[in-house]
Write a protein that binds this ligand. Structure first.
Ligand SMILES: Cc1cc2nc3c(=O)[nH]c(=O)nc-3n(C[C@H](O)[C@H](O)[C@H](O)COP(=O)(O)O)c2cc1C
Length: 201
């Protein structure tokens, strides 16, 4: 049985929403068990069907699986606080994107936005399968680009860890306390009709 505890039951929504959105969260406790290839590919298949400007599909995902020779270098990209819990991930992924449109080489202003949509599809699919999918900005961005051999004209966007969930008790104490679903700002702080209003006014 999966240790993934969907977060929806403890999250308060302002309006009703499909639980797919509130169930997804970012735990850190993972078992380190290998994810079989078809299951891992199911997550990338979900990313594949994300919408993008002009259907340009600017996202690129470069992954390393635990117990392979690429793994240690991927793990080493992470800041120590992330390396601690990611040591028990099953896969580490560098998420990147192409900055320009393939058909004319012009700057693609939505490349990061499109890639964010692909990452979200991946994370929702992972959640539906009872897997941990945890986004990360805490890594060495320059070294990540070098490590995966990303050419000029492409940008690193983020990393994520994917794995089978474990009980929170398996985490070091400091992380154990944080192993609970987070809340969100009220919509009044970022949703406006007609005109933007500085929420601090
Ligand atoms: C782009 C991105 C970068 C993140 N960076 C980190 C990180 O470096 N370390 C970490 O522990 N969590 C990281 N997170 C997880 C966020 O803290 C988490 O998604 C946020 O608090 C909302 O919680 P939830 O995903 O459980 O709903 C990151 C998430 C995203 C989307």
């Amino acid at each position: 049985m999966s240790d993934y505890k969907p977060a929806g039951s403890v999250r308060q929504t302002q309006f009703s929403v499909d639980p797919i959105f509130t169930n997804r969260w970012s735990p850190r406790a993972m078992t380190g068990a290998q994810i079989d290839a078809p299951t891992l590919m199911t997550l990338f298949e979900a990313a594949r069907w994300a919408p993008s400007s002009g259907n340009g599909q600017p996202w690129r995902f470069v992954y390393a699986q635990r117990a392979t020779e690429t793994w240690p270098a991927f793990l080493d990209l992470l800041v120590p606080g992330n390396r601690l819990w990611c040591a028990n991930a099953s896969a580490l992924v560098v998420i990147a994107s192409r900055d320009t449109a393939e058909h004319n080489g012009k700057p693609a202003p939505t490349h990061s936005f499109d890639t964010g949509a692909a990452w979200m599809s991946l994370s929702l699919q992972g959640s539906l399968l009872g897997l941990v999918v945890h986004g990360m900005a805490g890594f060495d961005w320059v070294r990540a680009k070098e490590l995966i051999g990303l050419p000029d004209g492409f940008s690193v966007e983020a990393m994520c860890a994917i794995g089978y969930p474990a009980a929170p008790e398996t985490l070091p104490e400091a992380l154990r306390e944080r192993e609970k679903p987070s809340d969100r700002k009220p919509m009044s702080q970022w949703l406006f009709e007609g005109k933007y209003v500085d929420p601090s006014l």
